[in-house]
Write a protein that binds this ligand. Structure first.
Ligand code: 5GP
Length: 126
């Protein structure tokens, strides 16, 4: 199944430099920047530079180099933000996919959140 990527989504526009962002870290394959509406003292979004809609699209279709670059940048963000288990107190990394996952922006991103106790993993509503 092909994933239908929207080139006008807000993160595509950030990658093209059309919208400013507060960059935390960057490498050849991924960009990390602060969430505009942070849910924790540290709330960073990590996105691949390629056109991937969601976690499953990225995991199935990105190259090994893109996946490695993305994951290494996530580790760099955790270290830089002081939440890595190398010296910090931990963090939560989550990704939302599609309608049931309540994904707002259709460009794959991982939320890295920390700087406080993150509480129960989910709060479900009926
Ligand atoms: P999702 O629900 O898709 O997993 O999360 C999208 C996230 O993107 C939200 O946490 C939201 O605050 C963030 N966001 C939406 N628009 C912008 C923007 O223009 N800049 C930044 N830095 N974050 C954004």
């Amino acid at each position: 199944m092909a994933f239908d990527y929207d080139d006008n989504n807000i993160f595509a526009r950030i990658l093209r430099g059309e919208i400013p962002n507060d960059t935390v870290a960057e490498n050849l394959h991924a960009l990390a920047f602060r969430d505009i509406a942070p849910k924790a003292p540290s709330h960073v979004l990590v996105i691949p530079k390629g056109r991937y809609v969601s976690f499953d699209d990225f995991a199935a279709n990105a190259s090994a180099e893109e996946i490695a670059g993305f994951m290494r940048l996530c580790a760099e963000v955790a270290r830089k933000e002081g939440v890595s288990l190398e010296g910090g107190n931990g963090f939560r990394a989550i990704t939302n996919a599609g309608p049931d996952g309540v994904q707002e922006v259709p460009h794959f991103h991982l939320h890295i959140m920390g700087g406080r106790m993150m509480g129960p993993m989910l709060s479900l509503r009926d």
